[in-house]
Design a protein around this ligand. Structure first.
Ligand code: ADP
Ligand code: MG
Length: 399
């Protein structure tokens, strides 16, 4: 789960990471009262969306009077900001953050994230702050400093010092940096974060270290023990179908293709997506209805996939273990009758009560295409979506 910059800064401030003073505003009037509380002469108005690259896209503006802050907030609120991370459709700005302007001498980069290989925390830093770090890593890899913490071991100040020296920091800067990095690490561990990125971390002209931008991502599987973090969720930022799916405990991720998938088990869902691709199609989503799904949840999942206008056909691939094939079939038939089956539907069932399940599908009077194997199913849905009635031969292998 992601949160906004202002929320991440509030958390980091609590742990002792220096951030500029500021507050969030939803209206120009709120922006005015926030700006009045801060001391000039420079304020910065920042669009709060879950995407980086705002600076280059006009989502970060430096202002020199309260009046200018209000005018800027007025312009920014409600606008669609398109950055290299939002996709071409952009994101609507519903809140802005007003903060104290800093006098920047240098911009650094520092992040802590889970290292997938070791399971420990990796500290990544660079003197090239304010830039796209992927670009820095690709063009000048020697400018990236990486220090790995051994798994389940608290960060020690020598880890932080190693990074500080790598960044060329001197004297008192080193101490400030070590304190900041240790505070950042505490915030990371105690909140089950998977990423904290400060880009830029600036050295001001007065020689202070300040986090000017902050991004925090949390491990979804640990959110149950952080209700306070869960409360920071902004549903405006999520795909509406994903929000709806989460309400029903369905694991759903929207993708860019046109074949809707309804599968039980994450592994089977992944292989279903793979085989659709192998047969020349593109999955519209990942959907795991999980092992012990009920007839009602099957129906709900089905309706959800069907409500996506991008979906041109659905492939149901369910293995009945704990869940019986007849319940799955009943769920599908009930939901298909309710929404009206206006797109091709291919169903592959295997496992407990499979014969009963197939009977229910066949006796439903609905134009459901049944399939026996995974390849058969993929072949049939790709053909149906491409407007070819029967199985075609655009597959490249057998599975
Ligand atoms: P993004 O990464 O989305 O572009 P940032 O918060 O990193 O947004 O802001 C972009 C740039 O704007 C920063 O690199 C910095 O140069 C400048 N900036 C951001 N906040 C401030 C601030 N409080 N004072 C002065 N400059 C700022
Ligand atoms: Mg930034």
């Amino acid at each position: 789960m992601n949160i906004h910059e202002y929320q991440a800064k509030q958390i980091l401030r609590r742990y002792g990471v220096p951030v500029p003073r500021g507050d969030v505003a939803h209206t120009p009037a709120e922006a005015e009262s926030v700006a009045e509380e801060l001391d000039g002469p420079v304020w910065v108005v920042k669009a709060q969306i879950h995407a980086g690259g705002r600076g280059k896209a006009g989502g970060v503006k430096v202002c020199r009077s309260v009046k200018e802050v209000v005018a800027t907030a007025d312009k920014m609120l409600g606008m669609r900001l398109v950055t290299h991370q939002t996709g071409p459709e952009g994101k609507e700005v519903k809140r802005v953050y007003i903060e104290q302007g800093s006098e920047i001498a240098r911009e650094l980069y520092v992040a802590q994230l889970i290292d997938r290989k070791t399971g420990g925390i990796a500290i990544i830093a660079s003197t090239e702050g304010g830039m796209d770090i992927e670009e820095v890593a690709a063009n000048t890899p020697d400018k990236i400093i990486k220090v790995l913490l051994p798994p389940a071991t608290p960060m020690q100040s020598f880890h932080a010092r190693k990074v500080a020296f790598g960044l060329g920091l001197k004297d008192r800067e080193v101490h400030k940096f070590v304190r900041l990095l240790v505070a950042m690490n505490k915030a990371f561990v105690e909140n089950d974060a998977s990423l904290i990125e400060i880009n830029p971390l600036v050295v001001t002209k007065a020689n202070k270290l300040i986090a000017l931008d902050a991004k925090m991502t949390f491990d979804d599987n640990a959110l149950f023990r952080h209700r306070d973090i869960e409360d920071l969720r902004d549903n405006d930022e999520a795909d509406p179908l994903e929000v709806e799916a989460a309400r029903h405990d369905l694991n759903y991720v929207k993708l860019e293709g046109d074949i809707g998938c309804m599968v039980n088990g994450a592994g089977l869902a992944m292989s279903t997506m793979d085989i659709i691709k192998l047969y020349g199609g593109k999955p519209a989503n990942f959907m795991d209805i999980a092992g012990a799904a009920t007839k009602e949840r099957v129906a709900c999942a089905f309706k959800l996939i069907f409500s996506d206008p991008e979906v041109k056909g659905i492939l149901v691939n369910v293995f009945g273990g704990m869940m019986r094939c007849n319940s799955i079939a009943e769920g599908i038939v009930g939901a298909a009758k309710e929404v009206g089956l206006d797109r091709p539907l291919v169903v592959r069932l295997e496992g407990t009560n499979v014969d009963l399940g197939r009977e229910i599908l066949q006796g439903s009077g609905l134009p459901i295409i049944t399939a026996s194997t995974l390849s058969d199913a993929a072949n049939k849905i790709v053909a149906a979506v491409n407007g070819q009635g029967s199985a075609n031969n655009n597959h490249v292998g057998r599975a």
